[in-house]
Design a binder for this molecule. Structure first.
Ligand code: PHE
Ligand code: FE
Length: 294
């Protein structure tokens, strides 16, 4: 694709967003993105104020991790040495590639589903380059570099999660062809973004959407409101989710091997079953399911 074709393709992507939400404008600068939506991070362009805001975000969030985040997240985050400034993706990629064969690629923000899956299938994790504004300290609509990096990158150092996400990317390309995108997106939402995991000391968080949130990280573990249900891939893929409030249900995995193993089978028959069934509201508790006590 030449630059003209690339620009046209980006416009097509924006149109699909406008159909989904009102407005549908994204705040990133897509004008320099290539056909795979990759940009240069331009690390030198971050201002001292932006690095200072990152430090504040990091500090607030790091304090909340002990006793709440799973151990592998805490350990990998510490090894990243990202407390003091917005990280340079080139440096992180080098360390990450040595650990699990993954790299980070810089993107202007959300990218089309197919592009996202293609990156994951090639062991590339897209990370948004821009940082939220100070008034968005607690809540941000589109994912920014803090959510993408702080929330997602540490677990990419875990070999099982790394392999799982690549498989997810390949599964996404397949789901696009089979009409299973909605179901597969729910799986990502309730695991990679909002998943809980068992530990000998009790429930812990591994989902990036929770780990990068100042409020939900406490709420998801201690509130009496939400359901906490043992993970089952097909059940999760039937379940709707809310994007503008805390989750009404969290799904709990035993360990990352369970997540890998239960998502390994061919989903073709699963998609066929699911398209003939009603989706479940986010707050469903099915007969026979136990709400795990906190
Ligand atoms: N096993 C799934 C399929 O055949 C792909 C997949 C792997 C989905 C890992 C999610 C996570 O479509
Ligand atoms: Fe995310």
């Amino acid at each position: 694709m030449d630059a003209q074709d690339t620009a046209v393709a980006h416009e097509e992507f924006f149109k699909t967003l406008a159909e989904k939400s009102d407005g549908g404008t994204l705040r990133g600068d897509y004008s320099k993105a290539d056909a795979q939506y990759v940009v240069d991070q331009d690390w030198a362009a971050y201002t001292p104020e932006q690095h200072a805001l990152w430090r504040r975000l990091y500090e607030r969030q790091a304090k909340l991790l002990p006793g709440r985040a799973c151990d592998v997240f805490i350990e990998s985050l510490a090894a990243l040495d990202a407390a003091n400034a917005i990280p340079n993706f080139v440096d992180t990629s080098e360390a990450l590639f040595k650990a699990t064969g993954w790299r980070l690629v810089a993107v202007p923000g959300l990218v089309p589903d197919q592009t996202f899956f293609e990156h994951l299938a090639a062991r590339r994790f897209p990370v948004t380059v821009w940082l939220r504004e100070p008034h968005e300290f607690d809540y941000i609509v589109e994912p920014d570099v803090f959510h993408d990096f702080f929330g997602h990158v540490p677990l990419l150092f875990n070999p099982i999660v790394a392999d799982h996400l690549q498989q997810y990317g390949m599964g996404g390309l397949k789901a696009l062809k089979l009409g299973g995108l909605k179901n597969l997106a729910r799986l990502y939402w309730y695991t990679i973004e909002f998943g809980l995991i068992q530990s000998p000391e009790g429930l812990r968080v591994y989902g990036a959407g929770i780990l990068s949130s100042g409020g939900e990280i406490e709420h998801c573990l201690t509130s009496k409101e939400p359901r906490r249900i043992a993970f089952n891939a097909e059940r999760v893929m039937r379940t709707q989710y809310k994007i503008d409030s805390y989750q009404e249900t969290y799904f709990v995995i035993r360990d990352f091997q369970q997540l890998f193993d239960e998502t390994a089978p061919d989903f073709t028959p699963v998609y066929e079953r699911l398209c003939r069934q009603e989706a479940l509201p986010a707050d469903t508790l099915l007969p026979g399911e136990t709400d795990l006590t906190v």
